[in-house]
Design a protein around this ligand. Structure first.
Ligand code: SF4
Length: 350
């Protein structure tokens, strides 16, 4: 198998035992990253590295299985239902936090959408669903229509959100002539359509992506972007500020910058909290007020934690952006910093 460090012979069994995702990338993305001028950074997103073999961590860092209420449906925060609709993506990100699912026949994917809809109908507090996976846009538009048949009649759902990296990996997917009718259906059911793109680097925002995003915006689709802070890829305030400025320019609101998770086979992508906070400050210093709409977030087992600052008292200041317990949302808390810490669990209480 070809790795960034060179060709090495590994057995299928070794790959499986270490949970290494197979190499899979679209021709479009390969060409885009070569031609972008940022190949040395962007190649780490999709090309396997030998470092994956020694990268410690686990395969469910946010407690997804503990929040699964039905196969493929997670209900961690009151207002949001997270639906895993596929275990495939157009290309496989080496840092993926769903390595336990992506590219595998995982058994964690929704199969019975009637049952999912029944659950949601019984939970009026749930106002939005996020279709994720995998990438929902690897499904055909017909398949997506079939899922919506179950979701759209639910009156308390106010928005349908799609989490996707397709705008980077295969933007032509959005040229499917059947898609406008799908989005129109959602609008006619009285719900907002939100696409959350996943651009980690300005070099991923191709001319094809921009053209297709503009066309979807003309159809009333709202866009947000989430990025992951990744060593060797985008751990540079200048690159991330340029990425977020470009998103803003094309009508995508920068939304989350995720702290890399301690995922088995991918924790070598993590940067320390000290460095991440420095980068987040550097991004904010480079952007205008209307461009700095992102939050630097650690998606932890206990909730979504916004990383705020490293104080002069050498404590990391944070606040819960989301928590299962509404009382905790918005509350600022701190822990003593430890050099090298990359995750809440690395910081001692006290
Ligand atoms: S697109 Fe998302 S789900 Fe798919 S491999 Fe990349 S990070 Fe994982």
């Amino acid at each position: 198998m070809k790795f960034i460090e060179g060709t090495h012979i590994v057995t299928e069994r070794e790959l499986q035992a270490k949970g290494i995702t197979r190499y899979h990338v679209t021709k479009f993305y390969r060409e885009q990253i070569v031609n972008s001028g940022y190949y040395d950074q962007l190649r780490h997103i999709v090309e396997p590295s030998l470092r994956e073999f020694g990268s410690l961590g686990n395969l469910d860092t946010s407690g997804e299985q503990d929040n699964t209420v039905l196969p493929g449906l997670q209900h961690k925060y009151a207002q949001t239902g997270l639906l895993l609709v596929t275990d495939r993506c157009a290309s496989y990100c080496r840092f993926c936090f769903r390595k336990r699912i992506v590219g595998k026949d995982s058994g964690e994917i929704s199969a019975d959408f009637a049952q999912v809809a029944q659950y949601i109908s019984r939970h009026p507090e749930m106002t939005n669903v996020l279709l994720s996976g995998g990438d929902p846009f690897v499904l055909t538009t017909d398949q997506l229509d079939g899922i919506l048949d179950h979701l759209l009649p639910i009156p308390h759902l106010e928005s349908v959100r799609f989490g996707t990296k397709m705008a980077a990996y295969q933007p032509k997917r959005f040229e499917d002539p059947a898609l406008p009718a799908l989005f129109q259906r959602i609008h006619e059911a009285g719900k907002a359509v939100v696409i959350v793109t996943h651009f980690d680097h300005i070099g991923e925002i191709s001319a094809d992506a921009v053209r297709n995003i503009r066309s979807l915006q003309a159809q009333g689709v709202q866009f947000l972007n989430q990025s992951v802070l990744l060593a060797k890829v985008n751990d540079d305030p200048q690159i991330l500020a340029a990425t977020f400025a470009k998103c803003h320019q094309i009508g995508i609101r920068p939304y989350y910058l995720f702290q890399g998770r301690p995922v088995k086979g991918a924790s070598h992508f993590q940067v320390t909290l000290r460095r991440g906070l420095n980068i987040a400050h550097g991004i904010n210093q480079r952007l205008s007020g209307i461009q700095k709409t992102f939050k630097y977030i650690m998606s932890h087992y206990t909730g979504k934690i916004e990383l705020l600052d490293l104080g002069s008292d050498d404590r990391v200041y944070m606040r819960y952006h989301q928590n299962k317990n509404p009382e905790k949302i918005g509350k600022i808390f701190s822990r003593p910093n430890v050099e090298g810490a990359c995750w809440l669990d690395d910081l001692p209480e006290g």
